[in-house]
Design a protein around this ligand. Structure first.
Ligand SMILES: NC(=O)c1ccc[n+]([C@@H]2O[C@H](COP(=O)([O-])OP(=O)(O)OC[C@H]3O[C@@H](n4cnc5c(N)ncnc54)[C@H](O)[C@@H]3O)[C@@H](O)[C@H]2O)c1
Ligand SMILES: [Zn+2]
Length: 694
């Protein structure tokens, strides 16, 4: 390459960098606006930080590319014009961030401080004040003679917004200080929202059809920058003090830690998780200790903050453009990220419950790459209004299963359909049985309890249990082995087991194999009640199974009963009736039951119990007019005693209209709808038939 070409290539590269810097500035400005002004970021902090660092790196290598309006040259966002401006007498700065590992982050900071203070390597360790880095928004509280007179946001660091009336509603912020505060005291601290308060607030917002917040920080910032203080007053905000700004008439103590102690004595909340530590080792230990506490704090932190403790040394170190040289934020891996929701699938649990699972564009969060996150259930999906194709906030805190917190509505560009689990999965993805969801139930379920591979182990264990088929020796370990080796798939396979299959199992001696087969064989002769219980129909316990057996007498009668007929059984309400009907409506279950009978499972069937089956059972009657020899109340009692129901008005569902003298509009309606009309005599005949049916 000749000199000319070389120069041209260099020029090209520089122009490309310049263009990239401009692009980054525009992008960052856009995200700053969403974050600082709208309190609704559309990318995760870590992604934002990457853009910011890229720009910083370009500007560091090519200072001539730096512009006066570059975001690297200032703090935060422009203050909102809706609030009166407050000029900070002492600027509110940002803090430099270390994202390195525990040891290197602490060492890096300590080494820099020692170098800038000109300390020799033999000099004693520097003392630091270590605190939590609260994830909220910075606030400056001005107290004059102990009274809160003004509260201001950070804004661009020089000028903030006057949010006094909103901050007055925050209970943790004292309106009057205790003790003997100085004439002027500006307290610097963080307004934040506790995690449980945040979740309750979002649930309330969603229920009211209002905007849900992506995280507590943005909820706190949005609340403080509310134009209506009565709205702010309803937002559950908290506060921690972490420093001072303008101070007059107070001889400050020697160290930052002592300043915090003094603030606490003035009645300000100061977080108890703070320590004075020595050197890089002390910092690293604090970082590690807080990492272990992080998930149990009840509020979000994104790291810890290290500050040189001696105020005299802080003074010597001073500031750079946007940050002090004497403090650093040492972050933890982000617990939240924003990514694309590609699809929603379901997982079928041991009991048949279907849990919707988000399939995500892989994203690094909480220290690992996450591709799936739980969506809990349909109600949660509705509440959060999460749709396939949305950008969503994913949270992974500690060892908890990652979850989708909320969509980022600003990034939903086209109309996306709502996700309805029962429409997407009318059938169980594991076994194909139909899926149902009770009216008052959050959970959708596979009804193929006897057949579904996902529910296999649970079903077998229940089937074999002592109060069900009572197969001695068939416990959890053995069920695991039999299912895992694919020897047993459904309960029928138990009755097809032979010595050969058992011989291959680990820890199964010949004697126990014989015993098991004998126990299985013995279980063939059972009772109807036990068999019904053994089927594992949800909501059907031992007592209900006994009632069902007594009432219907025979399995076929039970299997054919509709919801109305089932509700005639003592203790069977609409929910239980529905789950029984759904269970027997599933052909897979019926198949297994047939196979069980064919395999020789048997019981004695009896006659149905008194009043169980009769001409009146499940039938709806309406009474009208005057009957010759009984009052309407008597008629009603007699019908109900035989399992019939008496309704007040005629509809298509009415089976009989019992009409006496002077029957009026009900008769006309019944004739119109083609409902069978009977007189008292015919009713008596029906009741007699019913009595002999028993
Ligand atoms: N997602 C986005 O679109 C987007 C856009 C802009 C900014 N951001 C995020 O905002 C942050 C940058 O904002 P920043 O410049 O204010 O830095 P910062 O918020 O990371 O750090 C400075 C702030 O830390 C707070 N703080 C908490 N605990 C403290 C303590 N014990 N002592 C002192 N200060 C404490 C103070 O409010 C202070 O203003 C980054 O995390 C960035 O990712 C995100
Ligand atoms: Zn299933």
């Amino acid at each position: 390459m000749d000199l000319f070409e070389h120069a041209r290539a260099q020029g090209d590269a520089l122009r490309a960098l310049e263009a990239r810097a401009a692009e980054l500035r525009a992008l960052i400005a856009q995200h700053d606006h969403a974050y600082y002004v709208l309190d609704a970021p559309t990318i995760a902090d870590a992604q934002y930080d990457d853009l910011f660092r890229e720009l910083q790196a370009i500007e560091a290598r090519h200072p001539d590319l730096k512009t006066a309006d570059s975001p690297t040259q200032r703090v935060g966002g422009r203050p909102l014009a809706a609030f009166p401006a407050v000029r900070h007498r002492i600027p509110m700065l940002s803090i430099r961030t270390e994202t390195d590992t525990e040891a290197s982050g602490a060492e890096g900071f300590d080494a820099r401080v020692r170098r800038e203070l000109g300390l020799a390597s033999a000099a004693p360790a520097v003392e630091y004040a270590a605190e939590l880095k609260f994830d909220g928004l910075a606030i400056s509280l001005r107290y004059e003679h102990g009274l809160l007179v003004q509260a201001a946001t950070r804004g661009d660091g020089e000028t903030g917004e006057d949010v006094t009336s909103n901050v007055r509603t925050v209970k943790a912020v004292p309106l009057r200080l205790r003790g003997a505060p100085p004439p002027v005291l500006e307290v610097r601290g963080e307004i934040y929202m506790r995690r449980d308060d945040f979740e309750r607030l979002n649930a309330r917002q969603a229920a009211a059809g209002e905007k849900v917040f992506v995280n507590p920080r943005n909820a706190a910032a949005g609340s403080i920058r509310q134009l209506d203080p009565t709205v702010a007053a309803r937002r559950p905000l908290s506060f921690f003090a972490y420093g001072v700004g303008d101070v007059d008439g107070w001889l400050l103590p020697d160290s930052h830690a002592q300043v915090l102690d003094a603030l606490e004595a003035f009645g300000l909340p100061v977080c108890a998780h703070r320590a004075v530590v020595s050197g890089a080792e002390g910092l690293a230990a604090f970082h590690a200790r807080i990492a272990g506490l992080r998930d149990s704090l009840g509020f979000d932190i994104d790291g810890v903050v290290y500050k040189v403790n001696a105020l005299a040394l802080q003074q010597r170190l001073g500031f750079v453009t946007r940050e002090p040289r004497w403090a650093v934020a040492h972050k933890y891996p982000a617990q939240e990220a924003i990514t694309l929701l590609r699809d929603i699938e379901v997982q079928v649990g041991r009991t048949g419950a279907l849990t919707p699972v988000a399939r995500l564009e892989p994203v690094f969060v909480g220290g690992v790459t996450v591709t799936n996150a739980t969506l809990h259930n349909q109600d949660e999906i509705d509440r959060k209004d999460v749709r396939i194709g949305d950008w969503v906030v994913v949270r992974r805190a500690g060892d908890v299963i990652p979850e989708v917190v909320a969509p980022v509505p600003e990034r939903r560009q086209t109309a996306l359909p709502r996700f309805v689990l029962l429409e997407r999965f009318p059938n169980c993805p594991v076994c194909g049985s139909h899926v149902v969801r009770g009216e008052d139930e959050a959970v959708a379920r596979c009804t193929g309890g006897l057949f579904c591979p996902a529910q296999r182990k649970q079903a077998l264990l229940h089937f074999a249990s002592r109060r069900a088929m009572d197969i001695e020796g068939l416990g959890e370990k053995l069920v695991d082995q039999l299912v895992d080796a694919a020897i047993v798939k459904t309960t029928v396979d138990l009755y097809r087991l032979g010595l050969l299959a058992l011989a291959n199992l680990e820890r199964m001696g010949e004697k126990s194999a014989h015993n098991l087969l004998a126990a299985i064989d013995k279980s063939r002769s059972t009772t109807l009640a036990r068999f019904i219980f053994a089927l594992g129909i949800r909501t059907v316990g031992e007592a209900t199974a006994r009632e069902l057996a007594r009432h219907f007498g025979a399995l076929d009668a039970l299997m054919e009963a509709d919801v109305d007929a089932l509700q005639q059984v003592a203790d069977v309400g609409p929910i239980v009736a529905r789950s029984i009907a759904e269970f027997f409506a599933e052909p897979h279950n019926r198949e297994v039951i047939e196979q069980l009978r064919a395999a020789g499972v048997n019981w004695t069937e009896g006659a149905p119990a008194e009043g169980a089956v009769g001409a009146l059972v499940g039938k709806t009657f309406v009474l009208t007019g005057t009957l010759p020899s009984m009052t309407r109340d008597e008629a009603k009692a007699q019908i109900e005693a035989r399992g019939g129901k008496v309704a007040g008005s005629v509809s298509k569902k009415t089976h009989y209209l019992v009409a006496g003298a002077e029957a009026g509009s009900k008769l006309t309606k019944a004739l119109e709808l083609g409902v069978t009309v009977v007189d008292e005599q015919a009713l008596r005949t029906l009741m007699n038939e019913s009595d002999t049916d028993r």
